[in-house]
Design a protein around this ligand. Structure first.
Ligand code: 0O2
Length: 224
C-alpha cells in the first residue's frame, strides 16, 4: 500500500517536473523569437534560420543518470541533468551565434549558469556548437520556479554535421568504423571552411549593397 502511494507521488512529481521544463522551453522560445524579430526590424535581416526545442525522453533521462553514476530519482534529474529542456538555435553565420548568445545573457530574468564554447574549443571528433545552460523563472500561481534550459547555438552547416554524427553514434554505438570517423572529422574541417567562406561572401555582399545604396542616395541628393 505504502509503495503504491510512493509510486503515485513519484508520477505526480514527474508530471510537475516535465510541466515546468515544458513551460521554461515555451518562455525561452518566445524570448528568442522576439529577439530575432527585433534584430530583423533594426538591421534588416534575421540572424536565426530556425529554432528546435525538445524535452528529453524518459529513456534518455534514465540512461544519462545511470551513465553518470547517479540513482534515478526526481531530485537527481533536477539537480544533475542540465538538458532535460533543450532548445537549438540555428543561425546562418558564425558571427550571429555570439550575438544571439549575448542577447540571451542580457535578458534580466535569464541567469547563465555556464557556457561551453565548442566553437572555440571543438570536441576531438569535430563537434562544434555553442552551449549555454541558463535558468529562467516559470511563473506559477504560487510563485516563480527557476528552471534550467540548455541552449545550443550553431550554424546550419554545424547542425548538418552534428545530425549525421549523432546518427552514426546512435546507430553504430560502441564500434563505429575508424574510416567513417576520419571522414566525419574531415567533413567537420569542411564545415569550418564553408562557414568562413559564407561569412566572407555575406560580408562582401552587404558591403556592395551598402555602397550602392549610398551612391543612389548621393545621386538623389545631388539632383535636388
Ligand atoms: P541528446 O540525445 O541530444 O540529448 P552537461 O549537460 O554539461 O553536464 P554533457 O551532457 O556532457 O554535460 O554536456 P555537453 O557536452 O554540453 O553535451 C550536451 C549535448 O550536446 C548532448 O546531449 C548533445 O545533444 C550535444 N553534443 C555534445 N557533444 C556532441 C557530439 O560530439 N556530437 C553530437 N552530435 N552532439 C553532441 P546528449 O544528452 O549527449 O544527447
Amino acid at each position: 500500500m505504502a509503495q503504491n502511494f510512493r509510486k503515485v507521488e513519484q508520477v505526480d512529481q514527474w508530471k510537475e517536473m516535465m510541466f515546468l521544463y515544458g513551460a521554461a522551453l515555451k518562455e525561452i522560445n518566445a524570448k528568442i523569437e522576439i529577439m530575432n524579430d527585433e534584430f530583423e526590424e533594426r538591421y534588416g535581416h534575421s540572424p536565426i534560420e530556425h529554432i528546435k526545442s525538445r524535452l528529453k525522453t524518459p529513456d534518455s533521462i534514465v540512461r544519462k543518470l545511470k551513465a553518470d553514476g547517479y540513482e534515478v530519482t526526481i531530485e537527481n534529474m533536477k539537480e544533475k541533468l542540465n538538458d532535460i529542456a533543450g532548445i537549438r538555435v540555428i543561425c546562418s553565420f558564425m558571427s550571429d551565434i555570439y550575438q544571439i548568445a549575448d542577447m540571451i545573457s542580457r535578458q534580466a530574468d535569464v541567469t547563465v549558469l555556464y557556457v561551453k564554447d565548442y566553437i572555440k574549443n571543438p570536441k576531438p571528433n569535430g563537434y562544434k556548437s555553442y552551449h549555454m545552460v541558463v535558468t529562467i523563472p516559470v511563473y506559477l500561481s504560487d510563485g516563480a520556479v527557476d528552471t534550467k534550459v540548455e541552449i545550443q547555438i550553431r550554424t546550419v552547416a554545424m547542425d548538418f554535421w552534428a545530425s549525421l554524427e549523432h546518427k552514426i553514434a546512435y546507430k553504430l554505438v560502441g564500434n563505429p568504423p575508424g574510416n567513417l570517423m576520419r571522414e566525419l572529422k574531415a567533413c567537420a574541417d569542411m564545415v569550418d571552411i564553408l562557414d568562413a567562406k559564407m561569412f566572407s561572401l555575406n560580408k562582401a555582399i552587404t558591403a556592395i549593397v551598402e555602397a550602392r545604396e549610398s551612391w543612389a542616395k548621393e545621386e538623389t541628393e545631388g539632383e535636388s
